[in-house]
Ligand binder design. Structure first.
Ligand SMILES: Cc1cc2nc3c(=O)[nH]c(=O)nc-3n(C[C@H](O)[C@H](O)[C@H](O)COP(=O)(O)O)c2cc1C
Length: 159
């Protein structure tokens, strides 16, 4: 019998980056959540996706606005990830950012950002699969990424 602990443990062996999904609430205030479930989907048309849990309070806020910005966190941005992984409160109080595509926050110091319009939201068990059409994007080709593996943060090792 498959337990949720087993599922989490084994799937935690899949290494990923960490992405801050940001957007704005109805009053224009920044909103966001940390995810490891971010991926490119299609080149033509340009699509990406992330998977928010159905209990997320942030995703419905972003969905109402219809846009989001995916910020790929850099090595050393563990504190940014933690700030956005809590539920409730002013998550952006200690964060520096500027308005990016659609006014959605582009966080200072990220490796890359991808500004999107929500194209589709699919049901998938206790999560949604959110597909975003890419409107604009940029990368810092010198920055190193933050990695997540076996429930811990990691940095790239020098070759
Ligand atoms: C490294 C890391 C990766 C995460 N990945 C996801 C994810 O892919 N999907 C998700 O729904 N939550 C993920 N979370 C948890 C969310 O960040 C957190 O539950 C959410 O922001 C709760 O706040 P909310 O109620 O404002 O949405 C992750 C957290 C961390 C620390």
């Amino acid at each position: 019998m498959l337990t949720s602990a087993q599922f989490r443990s084994v799937l935690g062996h899949f290494p990923s980056g960490v992405v801050a999904i940001t957007g704005r609430d109805a009053s224009g205030m920044p909103a966001g959540m940390a995810v490891s479930s971010f991926t490119s989907v299609s080149l033509d048309p340009p699509l990406v996706a992330f998977l928010p849990g159905k209990t997320s309070s942030t995703f419905p806020v972003l969905a109402r606005h219809g846009t989001f910005c995916a910020n790929v966190l850099a090595a050393g941005q563990e504190d940014v990830c933690r700030a956005l992984a809590v539920s409730g409160g002013d998550k952006f109080a200690g964060l520096n950012w500027r308005p990016g595509p659609h006014g959605d926050p582009v966080l200072d110091g990220v490796v890359a950002w991808v500004g999107c319009t929500i194209e589709a939201v699919h049901e998938a068990g206790d999560h949604h699969i959110v597909v975003g059409r890419v409107d604009d994007l940029s990368a810092d080709t010198t920055a190193e990424p933050l990695l997540f593996f076996r429930s811990q943060y990691h940095h790239l090792a020098a070759a």
